[in-house]
Design a protein. Structure first.
Length: 340
């Protein structure tokens, strides 16, 4: 089954072709970071307009690279939510229209399901069941994953997501947008022991998170110390945030009995988080899996893969019928998905 994946939930336009027998054939991505950097964050209207400009050229690109044609397609997958409403409408409209024209099914994919399943595209995919740590700019959740669509929420952030805390802390340190990667680079040059920052909810007894207090502690520290020790502040913040993510994730594995942990989302590219999780997991008999670095950010490959799994499950039943109607879901709980 050959599936075209379309991702347009926020500030990255992603398109990919995934073949159930041959794997990922081609993927293309355009990032809007340079455009939004001028405003210090994502401007929804500008994001939507840019998706309109980029989708068709990227679609042509993946077909050229894979040496496939539209006639070879068996289905189309698109990000249905969560995300920015206008941006989601662009991808959903394009996918539905193309599916209707080709008389093939189209399926809406949950953005976080795409992230969570992205490590399965790798050469050494994890087997079910596993615990998944979803860490991105908008979400921080721990899920017990028993199969595609079989998700149990174990814990989530009560306020800021981890990626959001990284970005806001970076802004406090004058690092611009997006700040997460810049903060991690600066932290690598700093002394994480110079300042002590809190680990919110570390001993709460559950698997929920909170990062707003940590961000406020950084603000207080910056006001007191200025930016003369910015690298040390960045290192202290990163160590505190990673400490919470690592200890809560491994505790969730122990509680659920899982021996596999999947890390997905933009913060999953953080090298300090990867090193700490892999090391601690090894000591506790837990294998940690990550998506390829290029698939930590939003991308079409993860949508194509997740869509292929859901379309394949329809083969024995009734696949989604080609039509021009569609609905987006800017807010959509991952745990509400049905199993395939």
């Amino acid at each position: 089954m050959l599936v075209l994946g379309v991702e347009s939930s926020c500030d990255e336009t992603g398109v990919a072709l995934y073949d159930s027998a041959q794997g990922l054939l081609a993927d293309a991505l355009y990032s809007q970071i340079a455009m939004h950097n001028e405003y210090g964050g994502v401007v929804p209207e500008l994001a939507s307009r840019d998706h309109i400009r980029r989708l068709l050229p990227l679609t042509r690109q993946v077909f050229e690279e894979s040496e496939r044609t539209l006639a070879d397609l068996d289905g189309i997958a698109f990000t249905q939510g969560p995300g920015l409403a206008g941006a989601l409408l662009v991808g959903a409209g394009m996918a539905r229209a193309l599916a209707f024209a080709l008389n093939i099914p189209a399926v809406g994919v949950h953005h976080l399901e795409g992230h969570m399943l992205s490590p399965l595209i790798s050469d050494t995919p994890p087997e079910f069941p596993f615990v998944a740590l979803l860490v991105s700019g908008g979400h921080t959740q721990l899920m017990l994953v028993s199969g595609v669509g079989r998700y149990t929420l174990l814990g989530e952030t009560m306020d800021d997501a981890a990626g959001e805390a990284f970005d806001k802390t970076a802004q406090l340190l004058g690092l611009g947008y997006p700040g997460g990667p810049a903060l991690s680079k600066l932290a690598a040059t700093g002394d994480a022991t110079r300042f002590t920052l809190p680990r919110p909810m570390l001993n709460s007894g559950d698997f929920d998170f909170s990062f707003s207090g940590l961000k406020t502690a950084v603000l207080t520290l910056v006001r007191k110390e200025g930016l003369d020790h910015a690298a040390d502040i960045a290192a202290a913040f990163q160590t505190a945030a990673v400490d919470v993510l690592v200890r809560k994730s491994l505790a969730a594995c122990k509680k659920s009995g899982a021996t596999r942990l999947v890390v997905a989302g933009g913060v999953g590219a953080n090298t300090h988080l990867r090193a700490q999780l892999t090391g601690e997991g090894l000591r506790r008999g837990i294998t940690v899996f990550y998506p390829r670095m290029e698939f930590c950010t939003d991308n079409g490959a993860m949508i194509a893969y997740a869509g292929a799994q859901r379309l394949a499950a329809c083969l024995s039943g009734t696949p989604p019928q080609p039509d021009l109607s569609f609905a987006i879901k800017p807010r959509w709980e991952l745990a509400s998905l049905e199993a395939v």
